[in-house]
Design a protein around this ligand. Structure first.
Ligand code: URA
Length: 233
């Protein structure tokens, strides 16, 4: 028995040395309730074979602090077999309230932009880099992107679109893993694994700055040409 206590004491000392206060977290990690929605199913969601299954697995996510302030987890919406996936930045207030991406003013403009190149919202898939709203609509923080990006990767792996359209700088920088400016990145076709990757100004930026609309139209026409070339439905 003495041996047990010695071993336990030396284990605890080592834990304190390594993790300091984190010891409390480590103990909590063995409590299934405390781990609900965090690392308990760390790998289970990776095995999902459909978007519906993936959404069920991750919608109680607590991998970053945004779960504290979100109302709804905004997984994504649209055609699970879409040839074209649009990726925005993060839910805003309307999206957080309704649990759907791009349903506010920016979303209305996005719907019109898609219609201008003969795309219905129901035929595409729309999601975001972050699934939860950052308070005050601030930019996503690096740790939030690191926590959430694997979910987007899994969505793209399941959908396997021919074309990915990044809406705005953040989506483009995150998917292309670059810090290049939007003005450097837009106006050309990039690749992301098997998909073409296009970049459009974020519709919220177009609402703020209508002088960008001329460039945005060029970008939309480039996407439309790709849709025809790749025989996108
Ligand atoms: N802006 C985004 O980037 N995504 C949304 O879903 C809504 C607004």
């Amino acid at each position: 028995m003495d041996d047990f206590y010695e071993k336990a004491a030396s284990f605890l000392e080592q834990q304190i040395e390594l993790y300091g206060d984190e010891l409390v977290m480590e103990v909590a990690a063995h409590n299934p309730d405390a781990r609900e929605g965090s690392d308990r199913d760390a790998d289970e969601w990776r095995q999902s074979t459909s978007l519906i299954d993936l959404e069920k697995q991750i919608s109680a996510c607590r991998k970053c602090a945004l779960y504290n302030t979100r109302n709804k987890f905004v997984f994504g919406s649209g055609n699970p077999n879409a040839d074209i996936v649009l990726v925005g930045e993060a839910p805003g207030a309307d999206e957080d309230r309704l649990g759907q991406p791009f349903v506010g003013r920016a979303g209305e403009l996005l719907t019109k932009m898609l219609a201008a190149i003969d795309l219905q919202r129901s035929s595409v898939y729309i999601c975001n880099i972050l699934k939860c709203r950052p308070p005050q609509n601030r930019d996503p923080a690096p740790d939030e992107i690191v926590a959430c990006k694997p979910y987007l990767m899994k969505q793209l792996q399941l959908i396997r679109p021919k074309i990915i359209v990044c809406l705005g700088r953040i989506a483009a920088q995150v998917l292309l893993e670059t810090t290049d400016s939007l003005s450097r990145l837009r106006g050309q076709i990039h690749r992301f694994n098997e998909s073409e990757l296009h970049i459009l100004y974020h519709p919220a930026a177009l609402l703020r700055n209508p002088s960008l609309k001329r460039d945005a139209w060029e970008d939309l026409k480039r996407i439309q040409r790709s849709l025809l070339e790749l025989k996108v439905k």
